[in-house]
Structure formats: structure tokens, C-alpha cells
Design a protein around this ligand. Structure first.
Ligand SMILES: NC(=O)c1ccc[n+]([C@@H]2O[C@H](COP(=O)([O-])OP(=O)(O)OC[C@H]3O[C@@H](n4cnc5c(N)ncnc54)[C@H](O)[C@@H]3O)[C@@H](O)[C@H]2O)c1
Length: 306
């Protein structure tokens, strides 16, 4: 029996719930939201899929005690109030959702793995780890998973290939200081720099397209949901199936003393191992700068609960 909880079933949480049910990733899905009506409505809407889906998923809502034996909890609270591109702007509000929801989750006896989506993703993941007291390998953020997926989309479009043929990582903050580590990018196993087809690549332009990708979608429809729900579903599947899969998640880095987006192996016990990339000196410097931004934001703004 696998059990998944989702705390915060707005645009992102409900899209993740839908994908989890369609893919049959668990036997029991528990939805929690501060808005009772919304949580019950999502429960019923998802349960209406019951006679149509390939596998059976029991759906419950608004009962923290059901999370006592959950394997994974997805944290996706928010308040739809993002007015600026900088995700750090959300912290003043979203940190309060951590101080509200995480003690309730821990009071249930929960001892599983938390995957956090809520922005600013790296700071909130660090805060959840601190407030929950769970081991660092059991609490992490989706980090640059979505940004990496966006980079794959942009590069694939340039080269007219399937995004699945593009490998590599966007690193750092899930925010404006992120960057594509071009030394890690390859197409069908061929490093980008050696790819035989000559394509007019403006790396700075691609970097901006990737970094601005979320805001472009947000400006059009008011939120983003499908990309992130696909990413988090794959991460959750890696936990539930003990996959040992590489994902650019936001995990604690001893080197930078902060959570930051960087690839790690995800398996049944959460973060199994960090992956050491051979970055260029410039990329190392960019990662250090991005990590410092997250570190300072956490120290200066996350720990105050008023
Ligand atoms: N990490 C990523 O790649 C990524 C991608 C997309 C969105 N996000 C972030 O995900 C978060 C959610 O986005 P959204 O569009 O779904 O927002 P939303 O406003 O649609 O949904 C948030 C939900 O959280 C609920 N909520 C608020 N406080 C709560 C609490 N204390 N306890 C329980 N539930 C609570 C709200 O009632 C609402 O239903 C935002 O912070 C957003 O920026 C992150």
C-alpha cells in the first residue's frame, strides 16, 4: 500500500493529484487545503475518475491524521498572489503556510518524505526541513527540475529533436539566479559543443528563455501547473519504486550550507546521493553565487514566523 499526501491543492496541487491518479502512483491519496470546500470538491472530482482509470486510488481529504503513515507528502501551498517575476517575493506569505501546516503534519506521526514545490522553492524546502525536524535526505524541493525541463524544450526546439533526447541540467535557485550548466548539456549523447549540425545558438538568449519561462506562462494564465506536476510525479515515482533516479532537486549542500538545485539520486529513502558534476570554473562560480543568494534569504527572512 502506497500513500501520498498533498498539502495545498490549488492549481499545482490539483494538477499533481490528477497526474498521480491517472498514472496510478499510489493506492491512497490524501488532500489537505486550508480551504475546506476546495479540498472536498477536488476529492469528489478526482473520485469521479474512479470508474475510468486503469488502477484504483482511494481519495480522502482534510484529515491530517491519515498522513501518519504516508510515504510521501507533496507540499504545494500558495496564495495565487504572485505579482512579480521574482519568486522570493512569495516568501513573506508562503513561510507562514509552513509554520501552519508542517506542525500539523508532524503531529500526525508522519515519518515519510516531503517533496516541496512552494516558492521560493529552495528557501521553503530548507524551512520545512527545519520546522519538521526530519532528516535532510527526507525533505527536498523540486528545485530546478522544471527549469531543466524548460531548457530541454528550448534546446530541442532549436535542434528539431524530441526534448527527451536532450540531457543536462539547469542549476542553482529555482528563480532568477539559476543558470544552464552548458558543459552538462548533450543531444542524443553528443555534447552540445560537438553537435554536428550548425545551429545559431545564442546561449544567453536561451538562458533567458528558460529563466523567464515560468513568468511567461504565469503572465498568460495566472499560474503554471502541467510542467511541475509532471516533474513532481516522476520524483514521487522514483521514491515509491526505489528508482535511484537522477533529478535536479533542491537538497542540502554541505559545501554551500544551504538547499540549492543540483542533481542527486532519488530513491526509496529520499536523497540517496549527491551527484558530483565536472563544472567549468565559470559554472562553479555561478552556482556559488546562486547558493549564496538562497543562503542569505533563508538566514535573513525565513526564520521569522510572525
Ligand atoms: N517549484 C516550482 O517549480 C513551481 C512551479 C509552479 C508553481 N510553484 C509554486 O507552487 C505554489 C502553489 O501554486 P498554485 O498556483 O497552486 O497556487 P494556488 O493559490 O492556486 O494554490 C495554493 C493552495 O494552497 C492552499 N493553502 C494556502 N495556505 C495553506 C495552508 N496553510 N495549509 C493548507 N493549504 C494552504 C490554498 O488554499 C490554495 O488552495 C506557489 O508557491 C507557486 O509559486 C512552484
Amino acid at each position: 500500500m502506497n500513500k501520498i499526501g498533498i498539502i495545498g491543492v490549488g492549481h499545482v496541487g490539483s494538477a499533481a493529484a490528477h497526474e498521480i491518479v491517472v498514472r496510478g502512483l499510489c493506492n491512497h491519496l490524501v488532500l489537505i487545503d486550508r480551504n475546506d470546500d476546495k479540498a472536498h470538491a477536488e476529492e469528489l472530482d478526482l473520485a469521479d475518475m474512479g470508474s475510468q482509470t486503469l488502477s484504483h486510488t482511494k481519495i480522502s481529504s482534510q484529515d491530517y491524521s491519515l498522513l501518519s503513515d504516508a510515504d510521501v507528502v507533496i507540499f504545494s501551498t500558495g496564495n495565487m498572489n504572485r505579482q512579480e517575476r521574482d519568486r522570493m517575493q512569495e516568501l513573506e506569505w508562503t513561510k507562514k503556510t509552513v509554520y501552519d501546516a508542517i506542525p500539523k503534519l508532524m503531529a500526525s506521526g508522519f515519518n515519510g518524505i516531503i517533496v516541496s514545490i512552494t516558492n521560493p522553492c529552495d528557501v521553503i524546502a530548507a524551512l520545512i526541513q527545519k520546522v519538521s525536524g526530519l532528516p535532510k535526505n527526507h525533505v527536498f524541493g523540486t528545485g530546478t527540475s522544471l527549469d531543466t525541463a524548460r531548457m530541454k524544450r528550448v534546446v530541442a526546439n532549436k535542434f528539431h529533436v524530441n526534448p527527451k533526447n536532450v540531457a543536462g541540467y539547469v542549476l542553482g535557485e529555482h528563480g532568477d539566479s539559476q543558470f544552464t550548466a552548458w558543459s552538462t548539456v548533450s543531444i542524443a549523447g553528443i555534447p552540445l559543443a560537438e553537435y554536428p549540425e550548425s545551429v545559431d545558438l545564442n546561449l544567453d538568449e536561451i538562458k533567458e528563455q528558460v529563466a523567464a519561462g515560468g513568468w511567461q506562462i504565469h503572465s498568460g494564465k495566472g499560474y503554471t501547473c502541467y510542467g511541475i506536476s509532471a516533474c513532481v510525479s516522476n520524483i514521487v515515482k522514483a521514491i515509491l519504486t526505489d528508482e535511484v533516479g537522477a533529478f535536479p532537486v533542491s537538497t542540502y549542500s554541505k559545501k554551500y550550507d544551504t538547499y540549492v538545485g543540483h542533481p542527486a539520486y532519488v530513491a526509496g529513502d529520499g536523497i540517496a546521493k549527491q551527484i558530483n558534476l565536472h563544472l567549468t570554473a565559470d559554472e562553479e562560480a555561478e552556482l556559488a553565487k546562486s547558493a549564496a543568494k538562497i543562503h542569505d534569504m533563508f538566514k535573513e527572512h525565513a526564520l521569522v514566523s510572525d
